[in-house]
Design a protein around this ligand. Structure first.
Ligand code: URA
Length: 433
């Protein structure tokens, strides 16, 4: 293998085969045949020239072959996995997993941590006192069998090549490529072993893909990779131009999950959760989406899904009382300041990315992957796009560690929440694939 010749071919718009990618990437991981600069050059050539669908599938296989695969065949099944491409106020995993488990499916979800303005499921879970997310594989499958769902940290042996490549992409401006994102996401999903995979590909300024068309292309590529690997794979494209839920911050999002499951499914957040769960259940059980939807709504409204969440939290060492009294059990921030409406009108815009960045500034998110997050801080929106508001009405509560932190965010948040004379709620589910 001649790394320079392969880089030059990609630079000039050519394609590489699966065996060429395998040799190049293992040469990089071994630290022998391929230097870091050469790996970065190949990635950048691909980002600029684009990769074919065939190359995306080849990359997925190469990443997948770099580590262990979870064997879920021993579970009673059917098994389901869910993935979101990341957003703001997006606690869907913590609703979808127990909801599907309450319906008799088994969900083994290996999650990541948040970076930048997007939150991570592990950080949210760790806001629950006692909650353990670093679990050995045998305990993961044991909880899946006992409770029906488990949400844990990805083990180091699963797709190690993606870990190494993602770290390099992160510092070389080579994250935004359909094929690189799809192969990174799908290699992890395929390695996690579930028979059915549902993907929530976000579109909007708070997402990787800003337009619905780009998000749809990514979703279609992921579905084609999943189907090609013999998994039932479905996807939605959902809006991330405005936060999905009202809680933005780790503990605040867990509180919203519990409060959402404790009430009938209504609003944007519940809509996306139900859509993902209905697609997964219909696909996994071979029933119509309508039948799956109706069954899931009744398991939501009769409290079964919340009860399953509680069992999962308990099995992972967390305080189960969080499911009865979330705001008492979760850590609360010492400073809470309200943001109020400067005028009467309609909420025209609450931009996802900017609000996510403010929550990060409060300490809820990470600038670098080694940063700690504060479980208590963030922003609790009290309104959404399209809602009518009166002058003086509370629009949001800023939860901060110090007065100075709150002060820095309150004025900016007040400016970001745009009040006009009219406004529409943003549509939530934009495409189903
Ligand atoms: N999420 C992933 O897992 N991989 C990417 O490349 C981008 C988002």
């Amino acid at each position: 293998m001649n790394p320079v010749a392969l880089i030059e071919r990609k630079r000039d718009g050519g394609e590489l085969s699966q065996s060429e990618y395998a040799a190049f990437i293992s040469g990089y991981l071994d630290g022998e045949q391929v230097q870091e600069g050469q790996m970065a050059a190949l990635l950048m050539a691909g980002v600029i020239q684009g990769f074919s669908v065939q190359e995306a599938k080849a990359l997925t296989e190469v990443l997948l072959d770099s580590g262990d695969r979870l064997d879920l065949a021993q579970l009673r099944g059917p098994t389901v996995d869910k993935h979101s491409t990341g957003g703001v106020g997006d606690g869907t995993t913590l609703v979808v997993a127990p909801l599907l488990a309450a319906a008799g499916l088994q969900v083994v979800k290996l999650s990541g941590r948040g970076l930048g303005h997007t939150g991570g499921t592990l950080d949210k879970l760790e806001s629950i006192p006692g909650m353990q997310v670093q679990l050995p594989l045998d305990r993961i499958t044991e909880i899946a069998e006992e409770v029906g769902c488990v949400v844990a940290a990805q083990t180091a042996d699963l797709v190690p090549a993606d870990k190494a490549l993602y770290a390099l992409r992160d510092v070389t401006g080579t994250v935004p490529s359909m094929a690189l994102i799809a192969s990174s996401v799908m290699s992890k999903k395929l390695a996690s072993g579930a028979g059915t995979i549902v993907l929530d590909v976000k579109a909007g300024d708070g997402a990787f893909m800003e337009t619905a068309a780009a998000a749809r292309e990514l979703a279609e590529l992921c579905v084609s990779i999943g189907a090609g690997a013999g998994r039932n794979t479905r996807a939605i494209v959902s809006d991330m131009s405005t936060p999905l839920g009202v809680g933005i911050g780790n503990g605040l999002e867990v509180a919203e999950v519990v409060e959402t499951l404790a009430a009938p499914p209504e609003g944007r957040f519940a809509e996306v959760c139900l859509k993902l769960a209905s697609l997964a259940a219909s696909q996994a059980e071979g029933i119509s989406e309508r039948e799956a939807h109706d069954r899931l709504v009744s398991l939501w409204t009769d409290g079964s899904a919340l009860e399953t969440l509680q069992l999962m939290i308990q099995a992972q060492g967390g305080d189960p009382a969080v499911c009865q009294r979330p705001r008492e059990v979760l850590p609360s921030a010492p400073v809470q300041v309200r943001v109020t409406a400067a005028r009467t009108g309609t909420i025209a815009r609450i931009p996802a990315r900017a609000v996510g960045l403010l929550s990060m500034q409060l300490g809820a998110g990470r600038v670098q992957s080694t940063d700690d997050v504060d479980p208590a801080v963030g922003i609790d929106l009290q309104t959404g796009e399209g809602a009518s508001v009166e002058q003086g009405q509370v629009l949001a509560v800023v939860h901060a560690r110090t007065d100075a932190d709150a002060e820095a965010v309150v004025a900016r948040l007040g400016d970001l929440i745009e009040i006009g004379d009219d406004g529409e709620p943003a549509p939530t589910v934009l495409h189903v694939i």
